[in-house]
Design a binder for this molecule. Structure first.
Ligand code: 2AM
Ligand code: CA
Length: 280
């Protein structure tokens, strides 16, 4: 499946795959393990424990192979956009930077809703060169290498062929901070009726993998963090799709409001969001 690599890029990808698999299996082994969850705070504790445990595992594995590389992980950054921007800025000097979401879709994990994933990306000088998104429940590991395509279970991924919004199935997400509630509602209102339908499943990384696989025509969400998007962005671009900010500027690690699609509907998608002031 992944032929013709240089030795270096092959080992990066192998480590990303191995690490995401191990963390994903461990996360799945904790699914439904609610013995200690009788109160809300205990529930948060368990999630924190699983999120943090998975991140520690991922950090250890990456550091074992690449001790000089930088690692930006969700669980090592304080909540909120400012802390996230600062953490990324602090690591921006790293030639190689791993960007890790140990458990994207934490709320789903808590509820046993089987739509969550491990997301691991590697950026070289600020550009994503490897992206892996792994859903352990479906045993689907989506992997992309810059210039070499994207795959799931050995099959090459291709984005979908819909050329019109009216034929498109799109997804969005609601990060749970109230600041974005109004903009989210404007987006939903603008697109419902224009697209075939809208899905909101709770994991940005998996939604992006589904765009890459042609299962969704597009995805947009505001207020995300680099670890939600980095791996998915490469999956989509290596599958023939497009990932931009809401102004149509190409994706980079600082993008927090994202519009992703099969490329064919991209401009219509952006135009609708812009007209509704739904993408910031
Ligand atoms: P998480 O499960 O890793 O927290 C759902 O809309 C998406 O938003 C998920 O990818 C989720 O990632 C992310 N998310 C959840 N809480 C968030 C927050 N407070 N700020 C930004 N993104 C968040
Ligand atoms: Ca996340």
């Amino acid at each position: 499946m992944l032929a013709n690599h240089t030795l270096g890029s092959k080992s990066f990808t192998a480590v990303a795959i191995n690490t995401a698999s191990k963390a994903g299996e461990w996360i799945q082994s904790k699914l439904g393990d609610y013995n200690s969850l009788h109160t809300k705070s205990a529930m948060n504790d368990l999630v924190t424990e699983v999120d943090k445990g998975a991140e520690t595992m991922i950090r250890n594995l990456i550091q074992t192979h690449f001790p000089k590389h930088g690692i930006l992980g969700e669980e090592s950054v304080e909540p909120g956009p400012d802390a996230s921007r600062q953490a990324l800025a602090k690591l921006s000097g790293a030639e190689y930077l791993w960007i890790v979401d140990p458990l994207d879709g934490t709320t789903n994990f808590v509820h046993g809703f089987p739509f969550f994933a491990v997301s691991i990306a590697l950026a070289y000088k600020g550009e994503v060169i490897v992206g892996v998104v792994y859903n352990p429940v479906h045993n689907e590991l989506f992997v992309a290498e810059k210039g070499k395509g994207a795959y799931v279970r050995g099959r090459r991924l291709r984005v979908s062929a819909e050329a019109k919004l009216s034929d498109s199935l799109v997804a969005t997400g609601f990060p749970p901070d109230k600041d974005h509630a109004a903009v989210n509602m404007r987006g939903l209102q603008a697109l419902s009726g224009k697209v075939r339908n809208i899905r909101v499943n709770g994991s940005a990384a998996l939604h992006m993998a589904y765009v890459a696989a042609g299962r969704l025509s597009g995805f947009w969400e505001v207020g995300l963090n680099p670890w939600d998007i980095a791996a998915g962005s490469l999956l989509i671009s290596e599958s023939g799709g497009m990932v931009t900010d809401p102004l149509g500027q190409p994706y980079n690690l600082n993008v927090r409001n994202v519009v992703a699609s099969n490329g064919l509907i991209h401009q219509q998608f952006i135009d609708e969001l812009k007209a509704a002031e739904a993408a910031e």
